[in-house]
Design a protein around this ligand. Structure first.
Ligand SMILES: CC(C)(COP(=O)(O)OP(=O)(O)OC[C@H]1O[C@@H](n2cnc3c(N)ncnc32)[C@H](O)[C@@H]1OP(=O)(O)O)[C@@H](O)C(=O)NCCC(=O)NCCS
Length: 178
């Protein structure tokens, strides 16, 4: 499906990735982890091989309670959203949300479109009953976006991450599905 940002007139598409996207997805993850301290991983933590990335994409797009979409601008990955479903029987009704957009593409509605896309997929999924996420306490942009779509704060993990020479808390947010 093609989306066009009104303000920037920059069309982007959102689609399920295929195995041949693995190398670009790996490069994308390395880039975005270096652009923001709001993600859990630093670029040095990205040690997955291309083979592992292919296996990850396969697992995420074929599992019963997991899914991943990419946003693409002119063949380049501009954003990724994922729901990683918990695999244990007692908790497989929970999906963990991950979302990122390349910094040069912020504020064009890509994050919103990706979130809407995955929440639409979630509504059709019969296993998932709850979506959870972890967000850096200073990440106002992301927190505002999640609140807009009904996520509420469920907890606070104190001193959960070390960025910019300081320890920071992590906010745990959840969305219950009808
Ligand atoms: C969070 C993120 C995904 C948002 O992506 P985006 O493509 O810029 O999002 P959008 O353009 O759809 O804008 C989302 C909202 O943020 C708002 N926003 C922009 N700048 C803001 C700021 N400084 N403070 C608060 N809200 C802000 C926008 O106004 C918009 O809300 P609105 O539609 O009500 O106006 C993106 O900033 C990102 O990838 N950040 C780094 C990684 C990250 O933090 N991921 C989330 C981890 S939990």
């Amino acid at each position: 499906m093609q989306y066009i940002s009104e303000s920037q007139k920059m069309p982007f598409i959102i689609r399920v990735p295929v195995i041949t996207d693995a190398a670009r997805a790996l490069a994308y993850i390395r880039d975005v982890c270096g652009e923001t301290e709001f993600l859990n991983l630093s670029p040095e933590d990205i040690k997955f091989s291309l083979k592992e990335e292919k296996e990850y994409l396969e697992k995420m797009t074929t599992g019963s309670n997991s899914m991943l979409f990419i946003a693409e601008i002119k063949g380049e990955i501009a954003g990724i959203v994922s729901i990683n479903g918990v695999q244990t029987i007692r908790r497989r009704h929970i999906g963990i949300l991950g979302l990122s957009v390349k910094k040069e593409c912020w504020n064009r509605g890509i994050g919103t479109a990706l979130l809407e896309k995955i929440l639409g997929w979630v509504k059709e999924n019969t296993l998932l009953k709850k979506i959870m996420l972890h967000v850096h306490e200073k990440n106002d942009r992301a927190i505002r976006l999640y609140r807009k779509y009904g996520f509420i704060q469920e907890g606070l993990l104190r001193m959960d991450r070390y960025t910019g020479g300081e320890y920071h808390n992590t906010i745990v947010m959840g969305l219950m599905l009808d």
